[in-house]
Ligand binder design. Sequence first.
Ligand code: MG
Length: 389
Amino acid sequence: MTRIAILGATGSIGTSALAVVETHAGRLQVVGLAAGHNVEGMAAAMARHAPAAVAMATGAGLDALRAACGGVLPPVHGAGSEGLVAVATHPDVEIVLCASSGTAALEAVLAAIEAGKTIALANKEVLVMAGGLVMDAARRKGVPILPVDSEHNAIHQCLHGHAHGEVRRLILTASGGPFRGRPAASLAAVTAADALRHPTWQMGPKITIDSATLMNKGLEVIEAHWLFDVPAADISVVVHPQSIVHSLVEFRDGSILAQMGRTDMQLPIQYAFSYPERWDAPVPFLDLTRMGALEFHEPAWDDFPCLRLAFRALEADRSLPIVLNAANEVAVASFLEGTLAFTGIPRVIEACMNAHDPGPAATLDQVRRIDAWARTRAAAEAARDRIDR
Ligand code: MG
């Protein structure tokens, strides 16, 4: 039995992970569950999986969960960052799936690494913000970080059995999002509802907006740098609208290995749970003769400036990726509220990056301080650009 904790249990990755656990009930067991604010979803997951540890984002959420569970919670329970840490470090847990969105889980991931847990990472903000800290801690403790993000999971599969020196380039595929090919002049008027209609993946709102701006790919470039120790110059992005090839690795001899599969997150989640084994498929097999043509294009760099901003942040290294990530979270939240235009998102991020003097970010304290500065600055920038819909 592999015993698992899921941070972000009621989100899109969390529910897919619970489906994988149910498919392989003889091999996987849920020990801990943490959710944000979805009490109903959490109570339903608890009824099916009987975890030993649970957490909610707030004390009020935990009280509501207790009421929904007939007044009784498992022995280990908590709220906020402490609750996440308690779930992630429960002594029975072997793998922590970090699938919460945003940066709230950073402390819990670091605590889980210190406790020797394997990390299955579906959250990219944790590495964008604190990649150096997280990877150093994992190396020191000998803890594997298994990527669940479909692109990085694909690269992990392609790299299996190959030496680092054999790699020439990582190639991340991007669907291009819902606005691929749309005239740049029309992007200022798109709404959150337009942006939330993603062509190939069903995901939470933050990552779906990030897919529409291509910031999701930008964050993934930074994530790939940390996971695979490859510089920005050796990471490429190609637009692949079909999302069948999940990413590729080009080797120094000119060979390219690609990983293909259905656009269903159960596949990379199961890979992280079963690694280094492979288990029976949780979803129907891919029929090569029915998937049609596969296309690969250069990204529209000028229409979607977020991708270039992410490369710039990674090349500058140090604290700039923290500013990029924090400003993006604030700008996306404003866009979702309808108070910032779609084209205001990269403007807010770039203004924050320009105002920031990059420095070291070697401790959690430094990371949190730069993050807080960038959020305040981004809120001011977003307020300056405020629109009313
Ligand atoms: Mg991805």
